[in-house]
Design a binder for this molecule. Structure first.
Ligand SMILES: *[C@@H]1O[C@H](CO)[C@@H](O)[C@H](O)[C@H]1NC(C)=O
Ligand SMILES: *[C@@H]1O[C@H](CO)[C@@H](O)[C@H](O)[C@H]1NC(C)=O
Ligand SMILES: *[C@@H]1O[C@H](CO)[C@@H](O)[C@H](O)[C@H]1NC(C)=O
Ligand SMILES: *[C@@H]1O[C@H](CO)[C@@H](O)[C@H](O)[C@H]1NC(C)=O
Ligand SMILES: *[C@@H]1O[C@H](CO)[C@@H](O)[C@H](O)[C@H]1NC(C)=O
Ligand SMILES: *[C@@H]1O[C@H](CO)[C@@H](O)[C@H](O)[C@H]1NC(C)=O
Ligand SMILES: *[C@@H]1O[C@H](CO)[C@@H](O)[C@H](O)[C@H]1NC(C)=O
Ligand SMILES: *[C@@H]1O[C@H](CO)[C@@H](O)[C@H](O)[C@H]1NC(C)=O
Length: 698
């Protein structure tokens, strides 16, 4: 509570009248645009800890400010530790921007540091903007120091690093692993150790770049010494006088009028995904002639327009979210936006002559495009950009349809494609979740078709969809001893929530058939689904609720899958079912939310938001979301927002930074008007920047 009062004194005013200064995110996203470039601050103050990868491994940036060549302060990171921090007045996390507001202890200078992410998922860079003004009616001389440590370009400190600079109108400080071996490393917490990290300044008049031992560069700055010449002892290991890239921005005389300057951190993967022997490049490369200089030029020349786009998109999204679910809901959804998009990679395939899109599971496994991880994230995409969800499912459909170099001979949908960033998994090596994944695919495809009003992309895949629908029908109404997505709970045979998903999945198949005029077959499948639903309502029923397993009386579980009935406007289960369940969940409320089921106190952030959304009672829905907010705001575990925790004490039980948080957008999807492509307002980036579009499938 103490924090809350402290922050009330300084309410941060933005155009949308933000009150987010009250919110304490468990970790703050700074530079988050891919699974490997995912930089977070895991403390209240930006100076309380060094920034880290989502996994916790070090990815340090350092920021210092010097005033009148006499007093130096830290604003980012813990080093040098003898230098005092600026006072942090607040931090605000918007969907595509994080803003920190600082002042000197004597209130002479204000510094606002923001990290802005272009809203298009094709752009692998973040703008770091520094807005400075004086608060004491005087003029002060101000210099800003910004350092990127060596670790951004490697996976492990034992790797050799090299560096380089280009001085032109734009200054580019590059760092990279010396041994470039694309796809030489794969895994969950591992990071790409190929490609190039670029720190970029567009203003050579005010900015000087340096490359060398980070400790020396920092010391030279704080001691007002002449900065050392660029270090030439390369390549060398990252822990051998750890090399850094540094810019010093000389703002000269600052007055009460804000002076703004910016840097860009950009990562060029060169190769982003190995999809069954097909080496795929980041998609921007096909639009920009395979030339990173063009991307860098674009990031600079479109700075104003990208920043305006980010501001507009933030405002639109925050307004819609606030109108839908209030301030706390808006803050939660804002916090997770880059967590979701940062798990994606869009590539270009020369072999298939089309863009491809992938999602990394993150922290529970390094799996690529796990179908039961895409599924919980789906409300975000169905609301904001159904094309992205469609494009994400196509590599899975293609694999299941024998379009890759591995034959897929299972009669159900795949679980995933491989371990990031290499797709190579054999059907037998899958973590088999037959009903789970088959139904997930059909449910999401139906959601996409309804929202896009397009069906042409389904054309090659009728065969596999039919196989999956047949599989569901043959296993329903009782899935037997199958694994479902909540596998951390252990096996749960005859699982009612899984059966529910299978039944809705059959209904989804009927929708797909119907959408292409196959009306008779649609009716047959819909009737079949209804028959299974009727069985379910009898067999799953307990006294006051529906069971965890058909065969276990006196049990209960969150039937979160039922939300897809609302998403698809299906009518297989009468509204009494949701009502009965909702009323029952209300009796299970703990301090930090509702447990997943009768087995323990553990819960899932994403699924809980789904049961909140099928409550007919606004008050109950608000209460459940306020518990999720409480968890985010109070959990003692300072890691990127977790979806797996103890509903009784708010402690994280595992999982962090996962894109499944897209599930929180369920409320917006069901209760807010559909909006077209907020991502890329006002026009697609390719159009806006005069590129020939290749990455947006039409
Ligand atoms: C954050 O910094 C402020 C001063 O800027 C300080 O009062 C506060 O204790 C710091 N918070 C933590 C958690 O260290
Ligand atoms: C840099 O200085 C030159 C010469 O004074 C000026 O023409 C140019 O506009 C300046 N560039 C920037 C980005 O401020
Ligand atoms: C990349 O683009 C820049 C800027 O147009 C150009 O100078 C350079 O020659 C290009 N590089 C290649 C390899 O085409
Ligand atoms: C893919 O190939 C396997 C093995 O040849 C076969 O069993 C399966 O039916 C094929 N799948 C499709 C969708 O054609
Ligand atoms: C799929 O093919 C593999 C490799 O040929 C084989 O071992 C496996 O038994 C097949 N699975 C099915 C379900 O046919
Ligand atoms: C198919 O679509 C039509 C027109 O929207 C609708 O009337 C009919 O109920 C649908 N059939 C099924 C089985 O969903
Ligand atoms: C579903 O399975 C049952 C039992 O095997 C079968 O009688 C029925 O025809 C199947 N329905 C469809 C639509 O294939
Ligand atoms: C959850 O927290 C409660 C209360 O602190 C504790 O009794 C219980 O063992 C915890 N459960 C799990 C799964 O951590």
């Amino acid at each position: 509570m103490q924090r809350l009062f402290a922050f009330l004194v300084v309410v941060f005013i933005t155009k949308s009248n933000d009150v987010s200064g009250d919110f304490r995110p468990p970790a703050v996203p700074l530079i988050v645009f891919s699974p490997h470039i995912s930089v977070w601050s895991c403390s209240d103050n930006l100076t309380d800890s060094d920034t880290v990868h989502w996994s916790g491994s070090p990815l340090a940036f350092y920021g210092l400010i010097d005033i009148d060549n006499s007093q130096t302060y830290r604003f980012l990171g813990t080093q040098p530790s003898n230098i005092p921090p600026l006072i942090q007045n607040n931090v605000v996390v918007q969907p595509w921007r994080t803003i920190y507001k600082f002042s000197t202890p004597t209130n002479t200078i204000e510094l606002i540091v923001s990290f802005s992410q272009p809203t298009s998922i094709e752009d692998p860079y973040t703008y770091i903007t520094f807005d400075v003004r004086t608060l004491d009616q005087k003029t002060h001389n101000v210099r800003i120091y910004f350092e990127e440590s060596s670790r951004l370009s490697i996976n492990d400190k034992n790797e050799k690093i090299s560096w380089n600079r280009i001085d032109g109108d734009i200054t580019i400080l590059t760092m990279n692993s010396y041994n470039q071996i694309p796809f030489g490393i794969r895994g969950d917490a591992t990071r790409n150790n190929w490609g190039y990290a670029h720190l970029i300044s567009s203003n050579k008049n005010t900015t000087n770049g340096y490359q060398g031992f980070g400790d020396n560069l920092r010391q030279a700055f704080v001691n007002h010494q002449i900065m050392p010449n660029d270090d030439t002892r390369k390549p060398r290991h990252a822990d051998d006088q750890s090399p850094s890239s540094v810019f010093i921005i000389n703002l000269n005389q600052v007055t009460s009028t804000t002076i703004s300057s910016y840097l860009i951190f950009l990562y060029d993967d060169l190769y982003s995904m190995l999809y069954f022997e097909d080496w795929q490049i980041p998609c921007w490369r096909i639009e920009l002639n395979n030339n990173v200089t063009l991307l860098i030029n674009e990031a600079v020349s479109y700075y104003q327009s990208n920043m305006a786009d980010i501001t507009d998109s933030n405002e639109l999204l925050i307004t819609l979210l606030t109108n839908t679910g209030g301030t706390q809901y808006s803050l939660l959804a804002s916090l997770v936006t880059r967590q979701i998009t940062g798990a994606l990679t869009r590539t270009w395939s020369n072999k298939y002559n089309r863009p491809q899109l992938y999602m990394k599971e993150i922290s529970s496994a390094g799996d690529i495009s796990t179908v039961d991880v895409i599924f919980p994230s789906s409300p975000f995409f169905l609301w904001l950009h159904p094309e992205i969800l469609r494009d994400m499912l196509i590599p899975v459909l293609a694999y299941a349809n024998n379009e890759t170099t591995i034959d897929y001979n299972l009669s159900w949908a795949p679980h995933h494609l491989g371990t990031w960033p290499v797709c190579d998994i054999l059907p037998d090596e899958q973590e088999q979740m037959p009903m789970e994944e088959s139904a997930n695919m059909l449910l999401m495809l139906a959601g996409i078709v309804q929202r896009l009003a397009k069906t042409d992309f389904l054309q090659p895949y009728w065969n596999v969809m039919e196989i999956w629908a047949q599989y569901l029908n043959s296993t329903l109404p009782d899935p037997g001893n199958q694994l479902c997505t909540d596998d951390f709970e252990g096996p749960s045979p005859h699982n009612c929530n899984l059966a529910l998903k299978g039944i809705l999945g059959l209904g989804a198949y009927a929708i797909l058939l119907n959408s292409t005029g196959q009306t008779q077959r649609a009716t047959i499948y819909m009737n079949q689904a209804q028959e299974h639903a009727n069985y379910w309502m009898q067999a799953a029923r307990d006294d006051e609720n529906y069971r965890l397993q058909y065969d276990l009386p006196n049990t209960w579980s969150q039937k979160y899958n039922l939300i897809y009935q609302s998403i698809l406007s299906l009518n297989l289960f009468p509204s009494d079912v949701a009502k009965l369940e909702s009323n029952y969940y209300a009796t299970k409320m703990l301090d930090f939310g509702i447990p997943l089921d009768s087995r323990s106190k553990l819960t899932k952030t994403d699924w809980t938001s789904w049961i909140a959304a099928f409550s007919n009672d606004q008050q109950q829905e608000n209460e459940i979301f306020s518990k999720i907010y409480k968890f985010a705001n109070e959990s003692p575990d300072r890691i990127p927002f977790s979806d797996f925790y103890n509903a009784s004490n708010g402690h994280v039980l595992g999982f962090r930074a996962r894109p499944v948080m897209g599930g929180l957008f369920i409320r917006a999807l069901l209760e807010s008007p559909l909006i077209e492509n907020i991502y890329i307002q006002p026009t697609k980036p390719s159009q806006r920047r005069g590129r020939v579009n290749k990455c947006e499938l039409l």
